[in-house]
Design a protein around this ligand. Structure first.
Ligand SMILES: O=P(O)(O)OC[C@H]1O[C@H](OP(=O)(O)OP(=O)(O)O)[C@H](O)[C@@H]1O
Ligand SMILES: NC(=O)CC[C@H](N)C(=O)O
Ligand SMILES: [Mg+2]
Length: 501
């Protein structure tokens, strides 16, 4: 779940893109990049690191032009340490094409072979995004025999791209000298929306908060399978380019990935989290008598709305028991188990008086590898809690995700192959209460009747694209991001296995 943005303005867009990427930082902390276009010339700066570290004044000066795009990366394929795999990607033919991608392709290997054997294209990295840009380039080339390139021809190319790609993809691209193209996969797995500025400027972005935070007004979400093309004159053209599009947004966006102040596919992320807290409260009430809970404490940051609503519903006090160091990023999207584990303690610190002698109910939005909950339960006990109950606003994460969240192997998921009692024992809690899958889907779907369903494979094991079995999962696992940490002895899987033994 990277963050992507594209903009076209009457003014230079470099600062606007920088500000937009800061508003998307929670979606990717590994690398950042911007490309701007001045006439037909493209200017790029990308590097590993957070937005503030990647762009210095001298880099910003080197990004002229009134149209551009940017990305913050959270790697799901290829090499987390490779600067070359930071986005945007560029190919010089046809016209000059630059592209950013949020999502994960599930057929990159066969596409790689096709690109080499049929399209005569060389792929130089392990990134699925490099595969994607070459497919787009090839299809654009096929329709660009007759010049000038029309928007009809561009949409024809997107139609062909949809036929070849499998998996999830929200894409923004620049076609040099022509304009900005954006499209979303036919299942609408990854989010993409667009809006306008006061003077008619355009912005396309992963989340509505990016538009709001930069003074733009949300127009609407890009529909699944839809493409939009904004030419250099600022004219918008849109077209449905998929055969049978359906809207199945990723449930994990509502659980954790997105900012709560975003609205995605018509669903307020904040309201979705409140609703999850509401149904989780029902589960808590049927497990623990409320008078045996002295206080409800959220695990900052993402669980706050659910925890607050839960506390309200069960009628127990809501207190802040952990203080978050705002200078440590999101731990779940860090590459490597060693660094994630260390960061939980650096990031969160207990306020002892909130725990001393109390029976506490800790609430998190999700328990994935169990890194956070295990540490936090121990910290609550160290701070003097007499009972530590744990509740998760999401159901157990039991299946790998292949659509852009870095949980590609079952073995690293704490809930895979374990009963709730085994998970409870592993994290060291006195009770463990999980959200129910159907209840979660029901309360989020209630916010938007236009949804066809959800991509919720990590919870229910159903892969919406219909092409994912054990073989595909194993193949995708092999192309997961490699970090130095994963290659060492402190790897995520090894750490979990040894704790299990
Ligand atoms: O079971 P785990 O593998 O530890 O993953 C789940 C945890 O990771 C996330 O927090 P994170 O620190 O990434 O971000 P947040 O500040 O937005 O909650 C999420 O909110 C859970 O707390
Ligand atoms: N999380 C994402 O959207 C990742 C995009 C792309 N698959 C990459 O690894 O760079
Ligand atoms: Mg968290």
């Amino acid at each position: 779940m990277c963050g992507i943005v594209g903009a076209l303005s009457h003014q230079p867009v470099n600062q606007l893109l920088y500000d937009a990427l800061l508003l998307l930082q929670h979606r990717g902390q590994d690398a950042a990049g911007i490309v701007t276009m001045d006439g037909t010339k493209c200017f790029m700066h990308k590097a590993k690191g957070m937005v503030r570290d990647v762009f210095r004044t001298r880099n910003m000066r080197g990004l002229p032009g009134k149209i551009g795009l940017g990305q913050v990366r959270y790697p799901t394929a290829g090499n987390a340490h490779s600067e070359e795999e930071a986005q945007p990607f560029y190919v010089n033919a046809p016209f000059g094409l630059v592209l950013v991608h949020n999502g994960n392709l599930t057929n990159p290997s066969s596409l790689r072979e096709e690109l080499f054997a049929l399209d005569r294209r060389h792929i130089n990295t392990e990134s699925d995004t490099e595969v994607l840009i070459n497919v787009v380039a090839h299809e654009l080339e096929s329709v660009a025999r007759d010049l000038p390139l029309t928007h009809d021809a561009i949409f024809e190319a997107v139609r062909a791209v949809h036929r070849r790609l499998r998996g999830s993809y929200a894409v923004i691209a620049l076609i040099a000298g022509h304009g900005l193209l954006a499209f979303r996969d036919p299942y609408g797995i990854r989010p993409l929306c667009f809006g306008r500025g006061q003077d008619g400027e355009w912005m396309v972005a992963s989340e509505s908060v990016t538009l709001e935070g930069t003074g733009f007004k949300l127009e609407r979400d890009v529909a699944p399978g839809e493409a939009l093309f904004i030419d250099t004159q600022g004219q918008l053209h849109t077209r449905q380019c998929a055969e049978a599009p359906t809207l199945n947004p990723c449930m994990f966006e509502f659980v954790y990935l997105a900012r709560p102040d975003s609205v995605m596919d018509g669903v307020s992320v904040y309201q979705a989290r409140l609703n999850m807290g509401e149904t989780l409260a029902q589960r808590v009430l049927s497990t623990i008598p409320p008078q045996e809970i002295d206080v409800v404490i959220p695990i900052p940051e993402s669980s706050r709305p659910s925890a607050m609503q839960l506390a309200h519903r069960i009628g127990r006090p809501y207190r802040e028991g952990f203080v978050k160091n705002r200078y440590v990023g999101r731990t779940f999207i860090m590459p490597g188990q060693g660094v994630r584990k260390k960061s939980v303690r650096q990031k969160l610190n207990a306020i002892a008086q909130e725990f001393k002698g109390r029976r506490v109910l800790l609430v998190d939005d999700s328990i994935v590898r169990g890194t956070t909950s295990k540490e936090i339960v121990a910290m609550a006990r160290e701070a003097g809690a007499v009972k530590v109950y744990m509740a998760s606003a999401a159901p157990p994460v039991r299946f790998p995700n292949v659509y852009g969240i870095d949980m590609p192997t079952s073995e690293e998921l704490i809930a895979h192959g374990r009963t709730n009692e085994e998970i409870r024992a592993y994290i060291g809690a006195d009770a463990l209460i999980y959200q129910d899958v159907d209840a979660m889907k029901r309360v989020v779907a209630a916010l938007q009747p236009a949804l066809n369903g959800f991509e919720a494979s990590c919870f229910d094991g159903c892969y919406i694209t219909g092409d994912i079995g054990d073989g595909e999962i194993a193949a995708l696992q092999a192309q997961r991001p490699k970090s130095q940490d994963d290659e060492g002895t402190d790897s995520g899987r090894l750490a979990l296995q040894s704790q299990k033994e």
